[in-house]
Design a protein around this ligand. Structure first.
Ligand code: SF4
Length: 477
């Protein structure tokens, strides 16, 4: 999962705009930020590890150099990317945009959010005619575009939507056009704003400009094409595959997306509150002195549960140390760094001393956060710690964009459903733990939007999204 943005303008400028847009999708990945621009016949490129705010600081020499270059070359179209690696861990510094060249339509850049489960087989075929420089799955898309017989970038992107399974949202550009694409299930989100003087794309609504522009989600299996005609930009929406059921990643709603991300007339925050409220039916009556959440998304579901129960909710029981770190521990690449990050990331307040504490989190993947926080809560004097998880047990890997690649890493994988609450509670050492049942989770999700992928909760992936042998593996778990 990554954050991607595209800005396509009539007039030169917009570097600050694309940098800000990248910062507004930094929640989706913070291993590297990359920006590419095209202007008066010139391309340029900027890539730094870490957060956008650090990479684009006035004190950062590569950034100041990039600002000079882009001004000189009158850049007016941009791609931006914030990286969260799922493939090619060794290349953690490898960010995007990626660059390629097609003999018919020339140089292009591409940014990719998602994961291509079939990329190894694809690479074998493509490598007969293309020299790969990384193990990144995204580079297979660059190879496909570079080798495409199509005469335009848009036609080459249509081939990808038609032929490549997996979950993805893409934006690519040549010096004349910018083309965005969504996979046939709309697994990954892509929003677009359309105005006379600029067309912008972003993984999240918050990264698009406010004002008079039309703002909407790019539909599943569809291309969005921006071109310049006269003194205006023109917009074309080209459906490629539309006869597939929608299967949006349910994680986008309860965890990954920002709380203000639209959900069919609602926003993600309302969904998270409702998941928390639904926990009320999923657990036996529990005596606690107050409820709290694991910041940030756990707070939203925790507030939903406490509100439904009409019981106290404390925002300041588990404090996230914003000025020390903003990293999502779940997104770090190894177990040791994840555990250290949890201890660094949170402080437990004295509010918990002598109290029975109910803690809500949005999900439980490897159990790292719950285990370390349970210990920290008891160390701070809590007499009981009751965990409530506002999602179902995660029992199978994701092959299309979230870094939960093996069964061994998943706390709940392979456990008998009747005992999963007790066994996982034993792993984290709390007083009690209850998950939200999957059927309840889906019922709540369907109140907010229709058509969800729940593969990592059920082992059932949308047909065709994941190659057969990987589905087989998930069923054997
Ligand atoms: S398997 Fe899970 S994480 Fe992956 S797309 Fe489906 S719901 Fe999202």
């Amino acid at each position: 999962m990554c954050g991607i943005v595209g800005v396509y303008r009539v007039d030169p400028g917009g570097l600050g705009q694309v940098a800000t847009a990248c910062a507004l999708v930094n929640n989706r990945g913070h291993e590297a930020v990359g920006i590419a621009g095209y202007g008066t016949g010139t391309s340029d490129f900027f890539l730094q590890p870490g957060y956008v705010r650090d990479a684009c600081a006035a004190s950062c020499r590569p950034w100041t150099y990039f600002v000079e270059q882009t001004t000189e070359h009158r850049i007016n179209q941009w791609l931006g990317h914030t990286r969260y690696k799922t493939v090619d861990a060794a290349g953690a510094g490898l960010g995007q945009p990626l660059r390629g060249h097609n003999p018919r339509f020339g140089e292009f850049h591409l940014v990719h959010n998602g994961q291509l489960p079939d990329h190894v087989a694809d690479r074998e075929v493509l490598s007969a005619n293309y020299r790969f420089t990384s193990a990144s799955d995204s580079e297979t898309l660059v190879a496909r575009i570079a080798l495409s017989p199509a005469t335009t970038l848009a036609d080459a992107m249509a081939e990808i939507v038609r032929d490549v399974p997996g979950g993805y949202a893409l934006i690519a550009m040549t010096k004349s056009e910018m083309v965005a694409a969504t996979d046939r299930y709309w697994t990954r989100p892509l929003m677009v704003s359309i105005a006379d003087d600029q067309i912008c794309f972003a993984s999240e609504r918050a990264a698009l400009p406010n004002g008079s522009a039309e703002i909407k989600a790019l539909s599943k299996g569809t291309l969005g094409i921006a071109r310049r005609t006269g003194g205006q930009v023109s917009w074309e929406e080209r459906p490629v595959i539309t006869d597939t059921p929608r299967a949006h990643c349910i994680w986008e709603g309860f965890y990954f997306g920002r709380p203000d991300q639209p959900m069919d007339g609602h926003v993600a925050h309302e969904f998270r509150m409702a998941l928390g409220a639904a926990l009320m039916q999923a657990m036996p009556s529990t005596e606690v002195d107050f409820w709290c959440g694991v910041p940030e998304t756990g707070n939203e579901s925790g507030l939903g549960l406490a509100t439904a129960l009409n019981q106290p909710f404390y925002l300041a029981a588990i404090i996230k140390n914003w000025y020390l770190t903003q990293a999502r521990a779940f997104m770090l690449p190894d177990q040791r760094s994840r555990e250290a990050k949890v201890r660094q990331k949170y402080t437990i307040s004295d509010l918990v001393a002598g109290k029975r504490v109910g803690v809500v989190d949005d999900s439980l993947v490897r159990s790292t956060t719950a285990r370390v926080l349970t210990q920290m809560l008891f160390d701070a004097g809590a007499t009981e710690v009751h965990w409530r998880i506002a999602a179902a047990p995660i029992v199978a890997p994701c092959f299309t964009g979230i870094d939960i690649p093996t069964f061994e890493e998943l706390a709940a994988a392979g456990l008998p459903p009747a005992d999963v609450n007790a066994i996982v509670n034993g792993m984290i050492g709390a007083t009690s733990l209850y998950y939200l049942p999957l059927a309840t989770m889906v019922e709540v999700a369907n109140r907010f939007d229709q058509g969800w992928c729940t593969g990592c909760f059920s082992g059932q992936y949308p047909p065709g999204l994941v190659p057969g042998e990987l589905v087989q593996l998930a069923h054997q778990a």
